[in-house]
Design a protein around this ligand. Structure first.
Ligand SMILES: [Zn+2]
Length: 194
């Protein structure tokens, strides 16, 4: 009776996004940054515009009202707008309090969660509740984006940025391109590169 619906129903299902994914092609750190810069300079797709529109509402929430679930829930939209969904299924964001490194409490960290012989295949971003005490909401968002950039670089190079060789002028330049792409009020590269 409804041949088109039947045909639709009989199509083999595509695997759900983010479930089965090969690791991204491994490139040098410089090339990973260059690829990111190229993708950030391209026109947004409709899906990216929709994600960006949702982010506008999330980022408009002022401190001290940013909720921890907001960051987890917005991760996918940030990934869509900034990293072309390359973190989906490969990066998990969790709240984990009391991260201590050399007796210091730190706000956030990106760790490898799975490593194959080709290098890092999955990452975990730990967020410490102390970031919710930041006065400026842009710093809260910037902290998450900073770690997402580490994850992007880890996954594309296969190398864990353990020694944070990611940081420096080139990292700041990537943050500037991200801020330009985001184009959200008050969120600048300074909020991401601290
Ligand atoms: Zn860092």
């Amino acid at each position: 009776m409804y041949p088109s619906a039947l045909a639709e129903g009989m199509r083999p299902k595509k695997p759900s996004r983010g479930l089965i994914r090969d690791p991204p092609k491994r490139v040098s750190l410089e090339e990973a940054r260059a690829q990111l810069a190229r993708s950030l300079s391209m026109l947004m797709t409709d899906t990216q515009v929709q994600a960006w529109t949702r982010l506008q509402c999330e980022v408009a929430v002022e401190q001290p009202n940013i909720h921890r679930d907001q960051l987890i829930n917005s991760f996918a939209d940030l990934d869509t707008v900034l990293f072309n969904d390359t973190l989906a299924g490969r990066v998990k964001v969790i709240w984990k309090d009391m991260i201590i490194l050399e007796d210091r409490m730190i706000g956030a960290q990106c760790h490898p969660a799975a490593i194959s012989r080709h290098g890092v295949t999955k990452c975990k971003i730990w967020l410490n509740h102390i970031i919710l005490n930041m006065d400026d909401g842009a710093d809260v968002w910037g902290t998450l984006i900073h770690e997402m950039l580490h994850a992007y670089l880890d996954l594309h190079t296969g190398l864990f940025g353990m020694f944070r060789s990611h940081h420096g002028d080139a990292f700041r330049q990537s943050c500037a391109k991200i801020a330009e792409r985001l184009n959200l009020p008050g969120v600048g590269w300074e909020n991401m590169s601290a």
